[in-house]
Design a protein around this ligand. Structure first.
Ligand code: 2P0
Length: 319
């Protein structure tokens, strides 16, 4: 009745930004992401105790965080559980800790209930905790298919390329701000759906962009995937900049980093950004140029740079 699972966070290169069903977490668009190692969250679930107890990084979970964890547990079993979760990176860093957290929770909750590994079922369950978590069940490059069914049965992620497909790919997280963001992704995307005049154009573009991004990754074409990632990040943020009230996740230093990448490229260093719903750019480059890009990011004022490579599948580490 007890199991432990570990999952990596992921960064979307073609982003999810908006739900067509808030309760089931069904997206308006498909998305594509890469998992980030060595970052990970490890979660233990133990069924059959007196009442639900949830601890995250040594602190008891409260409020909406607790409610979301308990809601996912109830999708697996109608009895209470103890959940203990630890990440090896700070939650406030804006590094999609909820994606790794809900992916590890989904895998551990099912394993502790005696259910066999089933990546589709795990991805579908993880999606209902946090949308992007469905892309952290398997490693490498995953696509979350938006699906069309009203009950969400066809809205889950599939692995398209394994973590070792492109071992030279590097993803550098440039920490330019550690402030907790004022508007959570969930609220930011809702306001974009409801008020942004650009929303319809944004969703239309995604379905065509996903296969183009996959082809660029398959070909290990850094320029092609970099240009897609940058265009997609700009468009996601533009959608929210045009919302009412407008929502800007970027800080002055975010723009400084972005502008400097153009200079690096002119000097022959391949470096392209993407952004989550936050100010810290994630820079795509290759192993050969990793040190030069890291040095440039530090010089631009990044307080730290987290170096990542594509990560592997979520694993059950203890049963
Ligand atoms: C993504 N983000 O595709 C996009 C890009 C942030 C920017 O998915 O409401 O925590 O739990 O489904 O998955 C972050 O939002 O939101 C996110 P919910 P989630 O990675």
């Amino acid at each position: 009745m007890k199991a432990t699972a570990t999952a990596h966070p992921n960064i979307a290169l073609v982003k999810y930004w908006g739900k067509r069903d808030e309760a089931l977490i069904l997206p308006h668009q498909s998305s594509l992401s890469v998992t980030l190692a060595p970052l990970s969250v490890t979660t233990t679930v133990e069924w059959g105790i007196g009442r639900d107890e949830v601890s995250i990084n040594g602190e008891p979970a409260r409020g909406s965080e607790l409610d979301r964890v308990v809601a996912m547990l109830r999708l697996v079993r109608s009895q209470p559980a103890r959940v203990v979760s630890h990440g090896n990176f700070p939650k406030a860093a804006g590094l999609a800790s909820s994606a790794a957290g809900f992916a590890a929770l989904a895998v551990a909750a099912r394993a502790a209930a005696g259910l066999p590994r089933d990546v589709r079922a795990e991805s579908t369950l993880a999606r209902q905790g946090s949308g992007s978590a469905c892309r952290s069940i398997q490693g490498g490059v995953c696509i979350w298919h938006r699906g069309t069914a009203t009950d969400g049965v066809d809205s889950y992620a599939t692995q398209e390329l394994k973590a070792d497909h492109w071992p030279e790919l590097r993803l550098l997280v440039a920490m330019v701000s550690r402030e907790e963001k004022e508007v959570k992704s969930r609220d930011g995307m809702r306001s974009a759906v409801e008020t942004s005049p650009y929303y319809e154009a944004w969703t239309r573009d995604a379905e065509e962009e996903v296969p183009r991004a996959l082809a660029a990754l398959y070909a290990k074409d850094l320029k092609a995937i970099g240009e897609i990632a940058e265009k997609n990040a700009w468009r996601m943020h533009a959608t929210s900049l045009a919302a009412d009230p407008p929502l800007c996740y970027l800080k002055p230093q975010t723009l400084e980093v972005i502008a400097a990448l153009q200079g690096l490229r002119r000097d022959g260093v391949p470096a392209y950004f993407t952004l989550d719903a936050g100010p810290n750019p994630v820079v795509l480059t290759d192993a050969k140029h990793e040190a030069a890009v890291e040095a440039a990011l530090v010089k631009l004022g990044a307080s730290s740079v987290v170096r990542c490579v594509p990560g592997g599948d979520a694993t059950v580490t203890f049963e």
